[in-house]
Design a protein around this ligand. Structure first.
Ligand SMILES: *[C@@H]1O[C@H](CO)[C@@H](O)[C@H](O)[C@H]1NC(C)=O
Ligand SMILES: *[C@@H]1O[C@H](CO)[C@@H](O)[C@H](O)[C@H]1NC(C)=O
Ligand SMILES: *[C@@H]1O[C@H](CO)[C@@H](O)[C@H](O)[C@H]1NC(C)=O
Ligand SMILES: *[C@@H]1O[C@H](CO)[C@@H](O)[C@H](O)[C@H]1NC(C)=O
Ligand SMILES: *[C@@H]1O[C@H](CO)[C@@H](O)[C@H](O)[C@H]1NC(C)=O
Ligand SMILES: *[C@@H]1O[C@H](CO)[C@@H](O)[C@H](O)[C@H]1NC(C)=O
Length: 718
């Protein structure tokens, strides 16, 4: 049956089948004689069963059967010539391309690598080459999914960007054909180490005694390379010379050059955990830790050395964060003028002091009263008790308003799911939200309904967080149900846990788009243009609904925060309590952010229009990363200077114009969600093409750079 299907499939794509005559062989072809056979069919099955060979070689006089993967040079293509009429070569069944030949790494930088390869030895057709980069070893504290790239079938070199610095990768290259994905060639490469991404804090001075200063050094985290050693640097603050890290030297050399700063010690990473005595006269890592001058002022700073291969990077504490403290000057003079002056000073200073003390006592009392109030809030904020609507960052205004039991009011409005109906799967963590972890679950009704559950532990929330959580819950409840917005199904409480139960969706739009990449049947996506436009319409409707509700301002619009259910309906998610992300990484929204936000203007519905247009582009580009390889930190500047997403060849003029209008600098000039919706609907109803996913010569997917879209998670995991 399987063979039958395979044959049909092959017939419909390229007309080569198992058993087709390839040519004839001459003496010299290397092949393995397996056994005598009773004709072609038996020979073919022998070659497939033994190691899945590409070719069966049959002597139709002696019926000797052989199998081989490579024909070498010594064969002629059909029609066979006289000299080999009785030895024929047939396709045996394995049509997968062999591995690309001569895979090599030409050069690497700290974030990229340039690789080369050649055609496989065997292939019947090649649609694309696929390159994957798997992390083998990295200094970074998180490892993302493997990165991958797809290239056209006439590409034999590639610059792989967005790699992690100081990371060892296994690079896998394979040809993809319509028969099967080819064998994989691999090569290992190591990117150069990058600039350390953290600098050491200033060491803490523990005590100063004569010629010695005891300090506590701080360990440094580095994601871009190893932490090889630490340096202790002494800067004489009375020296006139500016500290220049490039000219740092040992104590002796520094003394000759009269620099006023030097390296007092180079320490192994584990040594920084102990207190270090600067000026103890010993030698550390080849540096003399000279006794200090008891009468000079010193600043001790820390350096971190990261070194691998021929590259060394050193970073030092930021000395501008140091608060200069001068020793008090000795007053040796006894002149009466000075005494008078001093007396006046003392009087003035004590006056000021008295005022400060009185003011301080006043503040203390006020603060005490506030604390009493806050204490009361804390008790009342417990989820089981009545909850006050609190304004003004936790302080109750002087004129007391009537307390409202806010939480109970909220609860009235939603389905309170009985505990026995809700089943939470504690083992599958779907993600992590601001207030709790998110698990998959099930509601047991007539049919089991799959759900996503935000699990909020009452005790783990601070009162501020509790307030924010209630605000988000409030927004979620106030948002009326809509087909294109992720739905709140209900709440369920136990003594100390609140379960917020949300609709489950099968996949997020980003993954769906990337997964649709497929160049077969003359197209480059498995989703239709119409489906892509439907997603845009769904999202526009969802955003419009949120805007109409006037309760939510979605600030995190991107394809990753759009969920798609089993019926291919897109739902806006990712706001308020619906915002949850992977445990270790979270989206970086820079690429979807409107230009005015970079200048600290407030977020408006028109900022959402900008982000929505980026999603339209992302859908058109089948999940490609907006602005491709431009690093995140350069995006704000470049956008302010006019950078916009480009029109891809398969995006129609109308659609791109619409996107472009949304990227106007002046928010007022951008269309609102209903205008966009109207245009999209109009085109879809009248079958006006907005996108064209048909394959064309020179087609290339827009690249997806995972590292640019996701950042390591820094918020604590609840
Ligand atoms: C085939 O192989 C034989 C022996 O290896 C060699 O002498 C001969 O020249 C080859 N023929 C062709 C056409 O390459
Ligand atoms: C062997 O195969 C060749 C080429 O297909 C064919 O011309 C010839 O008749 C066959 N000989 C026998 C004995 O089947
Ligand atoms: C790597 O080599 C290729 C070809 O030699 C060149 O085009 C590219 O600029 C090089 N890249 C770097 C970073 O040296
Ligand atoms: C590359 O793709 C084109 C179009 O799909 C096809 O005509 C050509 O034969 C392919 N080349 C290889 C080497 O498979
Ligand atoms: C990579 O190297 C370039 C130049 O060598 C440097 O400008 C850049 O900051 C480095 N990037 C990282 C992440 O270290
Ligand atoms: C270090 O540099 C030398 C000469 O510049 C070179 O021969 C050597 O291969 C380099 N080593 C590494 C690990 O890059």
């Amino acid at each position: 049956m399987l063979l039958f299907l395979l044959l049909i499939f092959l017939q419909s794509s390229i007309c080569v089948e198992k058993g087709d005559l390839v040519g004839c062989f001459k003496p010299g072809v290397e092949y393995f004689i397996i056994k005598e056979s009773r004709g072609l069919l038996e020979c073919l099955s022998v070659c497939v069963e033994n190691n899945n060979y590409r070719y069966a070689v049959l002597n139709n006089v002696t019926s000797k059967c052989g199998c081989t993967n490579f024909l070498g040079k010594n064969y002629s293509q059909i029609p066979c010539d006289e000299s080999c009429h009785d030895c024929n070569i047939y396709y045996a069944g394995n049509f997968a391309p062999t591995m690309p030949e001569n895979l090599a790494v030409e050069n690497v930088t700290n974030t990229s690598a340039y690789i080369l390869w050649e055609k496989p030895k065997f292939f019947l057709d090649i649609r694309n080459y696929q390159v994957k980069a798997n992390v083998i070893k990295t200094y970074a504290n998180y490892i993302g999914n493997p990165q991958w790239w797809t290239f056209t079938n006439n590409t034999y070199d590639a610059e792989l960007g967005s790699l992690n610095p100081g990371t060892k990768y296994n690079i896998l290259v394979q040809a993809l054909s319509s028969y099967s994905d080819g064998e994989v060639a691999s090569i290992i490469l190591q990117t150069e180490i990058g600039d350390p991404d953290n600098i050491p804090f200033l060491p803490t001075v523990i005590k100063r005694e004569g010629s010695k200063i005891t300090v506590k050094l701080n360990p440094v985290m580095n994601n871009n390379g190893p932490v090889t050693s630490y340096q202790v640097v002494v800067i004489d603050q009375d020296s006139k010379l500016f500290f220049q890290p490039e000219s740092l030297k040992s104590f002796q050399e520094s003394k000759e050059d009269e620099l006023g700063y030097y390296i007092a010690a180079e320490l192994q990473p584990k040594q920084v955990l102990e207190d270090f005595v600067v000026g103890d006269g010993k030698t550390y890592g080849g540096f003399y830790n000279a006794p200090l001058n008891p009468n000079s002022n010193y600043l001790i700073i820390e350096g971190m050395v990261s070194s691998a291969g021929n590259i060394t990077k050193v970073v030092y504490s930021d000395i501008s964060t140091h608060v200069y403290k001068r020793d008090k000057t000795n007053l040796n003079s006894n002149s009466s003028v000075l005494v008078t002056a001093l007396t006046i000073c003392v009087v003035i200073v004590s006056g000021i002091l008295a005022v400060i003390v009185i003011f301080y006592i006043y503040l203390r009392q006020k603060a005490f009263k506030r604390r009493l109030r806050r204490l009361r809030d804390n008790q009342e904020l417990a989820m089981q008790g009545p909850i006050l609507e609190v304004v003004n960052e936790g302080y109750i205004p002087e004129e007391e308003v009537q307390p409202i039991d806010h939480y109970n009011v909220l609860k009235q409005k939603v389905w309170r799911i009985p505990q026995n109906l809700l089943k939470v799967d504690n083992k599958t963590l779907v993600g992590v939200g601001e207030f709790g972890s998110v698990h998959s679950g099930m509601i047991k009704k007539e049919d089991d309904i799959p759900v996503v559950v935000v699990v909020i532990y009452d005790k783990k929330l601070s009162s501020i967080n509790k307030k924010n959580m209630l605000r988000d819950l409030d927004l979620l409840i106030k948002t009326d149900k809509h087909k294109n917005v992720l739905e709140l199904i209900g709440l369920c409480e136990t003594m100390d846990i609140l379960f917020v139960v949300l609709e489950a969706a099968s996949v997020n739009l980003k993954d769906l788009l990337l997964g649709s990449r497929d160049t077969s049947g003359g197209r480059f996506s498995s989703i239709t243009e119409n489906q892509a436009v439907s997603f845009m319409i769904d999202i526009a409707k969802g955003i419009q609904h949120l805007e109409k509700q006037k309760v939510v301002l979605h600030k995190r619009l991107c394809a990753r925060n759009i969920l798609v259910n089993a019926n291919n309906v897109a739902k806006v998610s990712g706001y308020g309590l619906c915002h949850y992300t992977h445990q270790n990484i979270m989206p970086d929204y820079t690429r979807w952010t409107a230009v005015e936000i970079f200048s600290n203007f407030p977020h408006t519905h028109k900022s959402n229009a900008w982000s929505f247009a980026c999603i339209m582009w992302e859908i058109s580009a089948l999940g490609g990363t907006p602005y491709g390889s431009i690093p995140n930190n350069e995006i704000p500047g470049q956008i302010k200077r006019g950078l916009r997403l480009v029109q891809l060849p398969y995006i129609s003029e109308e659609l791109y114009q619409q996107m472009f209008d949304c990227w106007q600098v002046e928010p007022g000039e951008r269309p609102d969600s209903s205008a966009i919706l109207q245009m999209l609907t109009h085109c879809q109803v009248n079958s006006l093409p907005l996108l064209n996913f048909e394959l064309y010569p020179g087609f290339q997917y827009e690249q997806f750079y995972m590292d640019s879209e996701l950042v390591a998670r820094t918020v604590p995991i609840l």
